[in-house]
Design a protein around this ligand. Structure first.
Ligand SMILES: [Zn+2]
Length: 309
């Protein structure tokens, strides 16, 4: 990893090749299914008539190569890559249509239509049908709307893969994605809920137990970060071991049945080992998960080395 961040290129050949390979595989898969399974064209899957689920799925598979190659070569995806991927996906979409055309045009004995004529005719004759109702009949010019959704789904699938990677933390100096290590979770409330039908006394007791748990969690959390601030890796890992040994805490695992806890994570560069310890307070209310950042401190490579628990 000798390249420095300042001279890092905006495009990566391995990433583009990786993406083109999975795009070819994805479209070959669609083609194979359409020819070998009865009436099974993934690109025609829609939800509620406007959500192009099939094209999106195919786009995800097609884009996976860009993502994998970016991850394995640690090439950071920037705006230039995103723009090129949009163009390549659009090109792949048109190419797939063209291959369809070549295949069908072979069956014409004379006067085959041009690709544009063929595409226009097929697009205007797009129709929807389902088990619940009869066919809509040809959609006419609206067929172009369906084509647009199809292309957007296919391109969007690839972009979804890459936007996931763009959020990844990155070491500028080494050009590497950071590795994330869940260190410990500290319960900050009593387990479970008092229950909707619990009596006043029971609810009050639960609230009090939760408040006590929160105070003691905050104390442990602050002690941990005091060690981080002093660069005391030994004190840090000893405290973590003590929290883990105290029972209900599983190392790095989400706490089952505890609706509120501090989660402490160490991210570090796999190359230079420069890292960050950060914590957040997670509150789970039914299906609603709320994360509140609490502390974040940079740590030295020596600290990271010693604190890998
Ligand atoms: Zn680094």
């Amino acid at each position: 990893m000798s390249e420095s961040a300042s001279s890092s290129p905006t495009l990566s050949l391995p990433v583009l090749i990786g993406g083109l390979l999975t795009t070819a595989l994805a479209l070959a898969g669609v083609w194979w299914l359409a020819h070998n399974a009865d009436d099974f064209n993934v690109m025609n899957w829609y939800a509620w008539f406007i959500l192009p689920i099939g094209p999106l799925l195919v786009g995800l598979v097609a884009g996976s190569g860009y993502g994998l190659a970016s991850w394995f070569t640690s090439f950071r995806v920037g705006k230039a890559t995103l723009a090129v991927v949009v163009v390549l996906q659009l090109g792949a979409y048109v190419l797939a249509q063209y291959i369809d055309y070549l295949e069908i045009v072979q069956t014409y004995s004379a006067f085959p239509p041009s690709f544009v004529q063929f595409f226009d005719e097929v697009t205007r004759s797009i129709s929807f049908e389902s088990d619940d109702f009869d066919s809509t009949g040809p959609l006419g010019a609206w067929g172009y709307g369906i084509r647009l959704l199809e292309a957007l789904g296919f391109i969007g699938g690839a972009l979804m893969i890459l936007s996931g990677l763009r959020g990844q933390e990155y070491c500028e100096a080494c050009g590497q994605y950071m590795k994330s290590n869940a260190i410990v979770s500290i319960p900050a409330s009593a387990p479970g809920k008092a229950g909707v039908f619990a009596g006043k006394a029971k609810k009050a007791a639960h609230a009090e137990a939760s408040e006590t748990a929160f105070q003691s969690a905050a104390t442990i959390h602050d002690a941990l970060f005091a060690h981080v601030e002093q660069g005391n890796a030994r004190g840090f890992s000893d405290t973590v071991q003590r929290i883990v040994a105290s029972g209900e805490l599983a190392k790095g695992k989400p706490l089952k049945g505890v609706p509120r806890f501090f989660a402490v994570t160490l991210t570090s560069c796999p190359n230079c080992r420069q890292g960050t310890v950060f914590s957040l307070l997670r509150t789970i209310n039914g299906r609603d998960v709320h994360d509140e950042p609490v502390s974040s401190l940079p740590v030295s490579p020596e600290f990271v080395q010693a604190a890998q628990l």
